[in-house]
Design a protein around this ligand. Structure first.
Ligand SMILES: [Mg+2]
Length: 285
């Protein structure tokens, strides 16, 4: 009897070890199959609200329409003869241009951000490029309609982006698929040597009169905001406040941007250090 009991207990232990091993092996294999290569270490929970605001808040859509409605009003004003007379003759003759940033200005990359949150992954170039190459970003509400309207009036559209050369074809295809006008090798200006957009803006102004600059990042509008601290960014915005809603049109992006890099003081920080900087930057009472 005793031997039987021992054998039964031994058998149960062995089967329990075997089943635990297989359960663990299966889970690991599934994770290996579904999780991207990047090490899952980032705490992106703080971004959930920002991504949901972009994907689920009708207020976000309203803000986007508001931005493109203002842009249209300003463009119409520019065509008003009374206003044209105020310009120097040489400027009057120049072809108009509207300069837009791409990410979070005309294309919505919130699914990429959501993917990072779900997999607890930090932002990496390879995961980003894979997203770009899916050519799956949707248009920001109101963007296609406004740019088509501008283009129908003879205004050139320039897409100035810090996506890189390797991502250019995917970007062009994506922009065309969702219906943007004037999309070509010539009008999509990606980052080559530097991320600052001023030289690209200047190359456009050499042959065009830029009527509007649109972006979700202040650096899309002017280089005066570049690499500035949080307080200096505030000061620059206060100094140029009359430009907003006129030549400068800003779109909301709470997911990422130079506003966040400024909190990190533009440093290459670990995820833990970033969390600490974010918490330290909070203003409470
Ligand atoms: Mg952007």
């Amino acid at each position: 009897m005793k031997i039987k009991n021992y054998l039964l207990t031994f058998g149960l232990i062995v089967s329990s070890i075997i089943s635990t091993y297989y359960a663990t092996a299966t889970t690991t294999a599934q994770q290996g199959a579904t999780q991207p290569q990047a090490i899952a270490t980032a705490d992106n929970e703080y971004q959930v609200g920002a991504v949901l605001f972009m994907q689920r808040a009708a207020e976000f859509r309203a803000l986007a329409y508001q931005a493109f409605n203002i842009a249209r009003m300003r463009l119409d004003e520019d065509f008003d003869k009374k206003n044209l007379k105020k310009l120097a003759k040489a400027e009057r003759k120049m072809t108009r241009a509207v300069v837009v940033d791409i990410d979070e200005t005309v294309l919505d990359n919130s699914p990429h951000q959501a993917e990072l949150i779900k997999n607890r992954m930090p932002f990496t170039g390879s995961v980003w490029t894979a997203w770009v190459n899916r050519r799956a970003a949707k248009a920001i509400p109101g963007a296609v309609e406004f740019l088509k309207y501008a283009n129908s009036k003879g205004v050139r559209v320039f897409y100035v982006s810090n996506r890189n050369e390797a991502e250019k074809q995917g970007t062009i295809d994506n922009l065309k698929t969702v219906g943007f006008p004037d999309v070509s090798d010539e009008t999509v200006l990606v980052r080559t040597t530097e991320s600052g957009k001023e030289p690209r803006r200047q190359s456009i102004s050499a042959k065009h009169r830029i009527v509007l600059l649109m972006g979700d990042n202040l650096n899309d509008l002017s280089n005066v905001f570049e690499r500035k601290s949080v307080n200096d960014r505030f000061a620059e915005v206060d100094k140029t406040h009359e430009m907003f809603g006129r030549k400068y049109i800003v779109l909301p992006n709470a997911m990422y941007g130079d506003w966040e890099s400024a909190i990190y003081e533009y440093g290459r920080l670990s995820e833990v250090e970033k969390t600490a900087k974010r918490n330290a930057a909070l203003e409470s009472y």
